[in-house]
Design a binder for this molecule. Sequence first.
Ligand code: CMP
Length: 136
Amino acid sequence: MSNIEQTLSIIKPDAVERNLDNEIKEIFRNKGFKIIKEKKIQIEKSEAEKFYKVHETKPFYSDLCSYLSSGPIVVMILEKEKGVLANRELMGATNPKDAEEGTLRKKYGISIDKNSVHGSDSLENAKIEIDFFFKD
Ligand code: CMP
């Protein structure tokens, strides 16, 4: 049985602002991810609040949503064998300080907020997050 999975990736404002989006997309492709769909957009804070609703009780929720809506982002559907976990491994730990060598957050992340990329944390959430950005 095939284990091909789709997952949602976001290149966050700090990385797009530094023109790192093409470089990051190239890393995904080199690691065997297919970019099935992509778009560069800027979202409203109210949309970020919906996207990050699971975090609504966290103290950092408002800042997080302000940040995600502060500038252009690139949202992508990535596809690969066991893609959800593969993407999380390539991203590295949430806090760039804890991220391992060779991960995107180690290479590009500035802080726990400006950690350059987001990726779905489970197959179930990947479907929800893909629908959020790509359901027509
Ligand atoms: P992300 O994977 O996009 O999911 C939620 C984001 O909240 C996370 O990356 C971080 O950028 C941000 N964040 C800010 N503060 C924290 C924190 N204390 N713990 C976890 N995530 C945080």
